[in-house]
Write a protein that binds this ligand. Structure first.
Ligand code: PLP
Length: 423
């Protein structure tokens, strides 16, 4: 059996989603721009999906939704519209722990010399420095881009008041809500944002689908130029099967996020996994454990387990020390070694974000939390879905404990001096 605990990277499309999409994959002439009945049926299906995605966003009107190919496109589109409609404003404000889809897009503008980037830091648990944030929003600010929930740690930002501050300054506020659906209810009106981004494959919708919320009245310039599709906000023939599937996934996710019992069950499973790991591996910790987190994500740092058995003594169990202990140097292997053993045991997890898995080096998110490069690379991310079973969690916990014990024993064999150091 495979334990799928990499659900923040992507999720399987729900059976209901696939069932709804199938007829649209084979339907001839189903171009929503066509005047004939088949085209109009496709237009109706897109309209229904737009309503469902608008409800998932908590939007006031379906026309506030633009269908895209995913989170990255939505984010780049929002940034393009926000900056192109605010010429002369140079400042772009974001946090140090954003997804690379946001950071790279903002950095490109700074590198081109058109904008200045202001990075807002976070504390040891990943909470936003709100004082620095509000101080950075001014009449020169074009756009503020912030996550709802972090993809690596699950930490949720406190976003109250940011929308009002942006409105007062004439700046745009974009929220990256990609990791929210199914975990927390979204309410773009309460958030007061101008733009919000979603990605279908993160909540059991089809891959290659996404949506951008654009607040009614917000000026907009399209990123994809072409035909008049999406109320002239994104050129290109609509991906009707994908949009239909996204609509079904949106309905399912909205139901889950609004169901306290489903959320409590998900959080209880995640907490049980963490308790098992921390109980068996003293000195290990959970990044962001002291901050509000979405109920499915666990960022597990195991450096302390390799340092000595008493590392972390005096802390709340499972919380990270404020600074790397001076004592024994870290000999923790990086996550790639652990993931290889987990894969052999049929466990899918990741090291930080899936997007950073292809590039070497420590996670920028964990470094931003004040972790050392060694601590950041010695971290596993487990991410659950509502369908994750107790058997999958037991398999993952057992395999992780086994892998870290094996690697520590190997390290001891390789480094006899360090064994003596540890006493
Ligand atoms: N934002 C966050 C928080 C994400 O987790 C991801 C994907 O990992 C993205 C944006 C990019 O989404 P997509 O892969 O759909 O382009």
């Amino acid at each position: 059996m495979t334990a799928h605990l990499d659900q923040n990277a992507t999720t399987a499309a729900a059976p209901e989603v696939i069932e709804a999409m199938l007829p649209w994959l084979t339907a001839p002439s189903a171009n929503p721009s066509a005047r004939h009945p088949a085209g109009q049926a496709a237009a109706d299906a897109v309209r229904a999906a737009r309503g469902a995605v608008a409800r998932l966003f908590g939007a006031r009107h379906p026309r506030e939704v633009v269908f895209t190919s995913g989170g990255t496109e939505s984010i780049s589109t929002a940034l393009h519209a926000a900056t192109a409609t605010r010429p002369g404003r140079r400042r772009l404000v974001t946090s140090t722990v954003e997804h690379s889809a946001t950071l790279r897009a903002l950095e490109a503008r700074a590198a081109a010399g058109t904008h200045d980037l202001v990075l807002i830091g976070v504390d040891r648990d990943g909470r936003l420095d709100r004082e620095a944030l509000f101080a950075a929003i001014d009449a020169d600010t074009a756009c503020v881009c912030l996550l709802v929930a972090n993809n690596e740690t699950g930490v949720m930002f406190e976003l109250e008041g940011v929308g009002a501050a942006c409105d007062a300054a004439g700046a745009a506020f974009h929220v990256d809500a990609v990791q929210a659906p199914g975990k927390v209810p979204l309410d773009v009106v309460a958030l007061g944002c101008h733009f919000a981004s979603l990605s279908g494959h993160k909540f059991h919708g089809p891959r290659g689908t996404g949506a951008l919320y654009v607040r009614e009245g917000e000026p907009f310039l399209p990123w994809f130029l072409g035909g008049p599709q999406e109320l002239e906000r994104r050129g290109g023939t609509e991906n009707v099967p994908g949009i239909v599937g996204l609509g079904v996934a949106a309905r399912l996710a909205q139901k889950k996020a609004a169901d306290p019992a489903a959320q409590a069950a998900l959080a209880a499973r995640r907490d049980r996994l963490e308790a098992t790991l921390l109980g068996a591996l003293p000195g290990a910790w959970i990044h962001g454990a002291g901050a509000p987190r979405v109920s499915n994500t666990s960022s597990f740092g195991y450096t302390g387990w390799f340092q000595n058995e008493t590392a972390g003594a005096g802390l709340r169990p499972g919380t990270a020390p404020d600074a790397a202990p001076d004592a024994a140097p870290s000999v923790a292997p990086d996550a790639a070694a652990v993931l290889a053993l987990l894969a052999e045991a049929g466990v899918e997890a990741s090291a930080g974000s899936a997007c950073s898995a292809q590039k070497s080096g420590p996670s920028h998110v964990l470094l931003a939390l004040g972790r050392s490069p060694a601590e950041a690379t010695a971290t596993l991310r487990f991410s659950l879905s509502h369908g994750t079973t107790d058997a999958e969690l037991d398999q993952a916990a057992e395999a992780t404990i086994e892998a870290l014990n094996v690697l520590r024993a190997l390290d001891s064999l390789d480094s006899p001096d360090r064994v003596l150091d540890r006493g």
